[in-house]
Write a protein that binds this ligand. Structure first.
Ligand SMILES: NC(=O)c1ccc[n+]([C@@H]2O[C@H](COP(=O)([O-])OP(=O)(O)OC[C@H]3O[C@@H](n4cnc5c(N)ncnc54)[C@H](OP(=O)(O)O)[C@@H]3O)[C@@H](O)[C@H]2O)c1
Length: 390
């Protein structure tokens, strides 16, 4: 079954800007915004000045929250288009990452920061420009890459030393399904070339939680909470990996404090999860009466129900991108990755989603429509000679 790789990697926020920063987390359940990297709530050794190239859609706001909770000072550099009212007390510098557009990176010239976190780099030329400009003025460059960089997408346990994908035209600036991963890999290289030994390349899996404008993952808590017969993809045994943006942010900020360099796959949960476990956790967390009807991938393919797109977060273990559902996070866990219980992510995601404007709530950006789900379930029962879900 063909996945939309772009679905795995595309910044959720690129699909729609967040409305509000609804990142409140429970004080008792799981790590809070400033904690999650495995060394308790220890205070940072010294407050840092941090620059984020971006900062106002999804991962950026989570980074700001964690950094502020840890006592650091922030500057955000962006065009002022996405959620311009966010963080009124944080310094904002306006410009374009592309040095060929408007004032480009001019606002960054002559300023110094302890570290820069680049959440918005997709094109090597553009990452090179910011990395070279900032190299003399920052201690560390953190580039947010993706697990989609890997070449062998079917390989299990993909680790940081595995080969990355390549692209015939390395100068292309068309960021699409096929080019996204190889371009991210070239961006990592550009950052490392400008700041050798001072670059931290982070390769996240699917980022989820409050503020995720893509609705990938959010589809599942909403669908399970609604209850009744739920179309569940595969046989329940496919591994699934997601990372709450707040846990990812906590990992990044802690490793900025430690000046960690190198490459890290960062996804979760730390305890491996399968689709069945995920959906059962969602049912428990939402207190719903959902009944799961597991429909195999061959039937879904016949019905043109796509992995990841129509069935978000699902990566069939026999599919062409099966490795992406089960990458190794051994390095990250050694470097302190902690993931909060999925139930906490579910609760906070639903709270955030239900506070969005009604018209936004009506139009989910991922997953099957209710009508289509019904049709596919009916076809499945007819094919199997079963009347109702078990
Ligand atoms: N979502 C996922 O599941 C997933 C998975 C793996 C990796 N990733 C990676 O994680 C990162 C997450 O991104 P995010 O969108 O959540 O980050 P973010 O920092 O919250 O938002 C993106 C920021 O970039 C700014 N920006 C965009 N284009 C710009 C330009 N030309 N010049 C200056 N600023 C610009 C935007 O502000 P303005 O629009 O105001 O300029 C915004 O502040 C991405 O690199 C993505 O590839 C995501």
């Amino acid at each position: 079954m063909k996945l939309s790789r772009r679905g795995v990697i595309q910044a959720a926020a690129a699909l729609g800007a967040v409305q509000v920063l609804g990142c409140a987390s429970s004080p008792k359940a799981g790590p809070g915004p400033g904690s999650a990297a495995g060394d308790g709530d220890s205070a940072p050794s010294k407050p840092l000045n941090l620059l984020i190239l971006g900062g106002t859609r999804f991962l950026g706001p989570a980074l700001v929250q964690v950094a502020q909770a840890r006592g650091h000072t922030l500057t955000l550099f962006n065009r002022g288009k996405s959620n311009p009212g966010l963080f009124p007390d944080v310094e904002k510098l306006q410009g374009d990452r592309d040095p060929n557009k408007g004032e480009g990176l001019k606002a960054l010239a002559g300023r110094k920061w302890d570290a820069v976190i680049d959440t918005s780099g997709y094109v090597p030329r553009i990452v090179k420009a910011s990395a070279e400009l900032l190299a003399p003025n920052v201690g560390q460059y953190v580039f947010i890459s993706s697990v989609s960089v890997y070449k062998e997408m079917t390989k299990k346990n993909l680790s940081e030393s595995d080969a990355v994908g390549t692209i015939a035209d390395e100068t292309t600036e068309e960021v699409g399904e096929e080019s996204y991963g190889p371009l991210k890999a070239l961006c990592e290289k550009a950052a490392e070339a400008a700041l050798p030994g001072r670059t931290l390349n982070i390769r996240p899996g699917l980022i989820v939680g409050p503020d995720d404008g893509s609705d990938r993952f959010t589809y599942w808590p909403l669908r399970v909470a609604k209850g009744g017969e739920v179309l569940a993809p595969g046989d329940g045994e496919d591994p699934v990996q997601v990372i709450d943006a707040r846990d990812l942010a906590a990992f990044i900020i802690r490793n900025v404090e430690r000046r960690t360099a190198g490459i890290f796959n960062v996804t979760g949960p730390v305890e491996p999860m399968k689709m069945k476990g995920m959906l059962e956790t969602l049912r428990e967390a939402t207190g719903s009466d959902a009944r799961f009807t597991w429909v195999d991938s061959a039937f879904l393919e016949q019905q043109k129900v796509t992995a990841f797109g129509d069935m978000p977060a699902w990566v069939p273990r026999t599919g062409p991108e099966s490795g992406i559902g089960a990458v190794s996070i051994a390095r990250a866990t050694q470097a302190g990755l902690v993931t909060r219980p999925l139930a906490d992510t579910v609760r906070d995601t639903l709270t955030w989603f239900h506070a969005l404007p009604a018209d936004r709530q009506e139009k989910l950006r991922a997953g099957l429509s209710a009508e289509r789900e019904k049709e596919v379930l009916a076809a499945w029962h007819q094919a199997k000679g079963t009347a109702k879900a078990g």
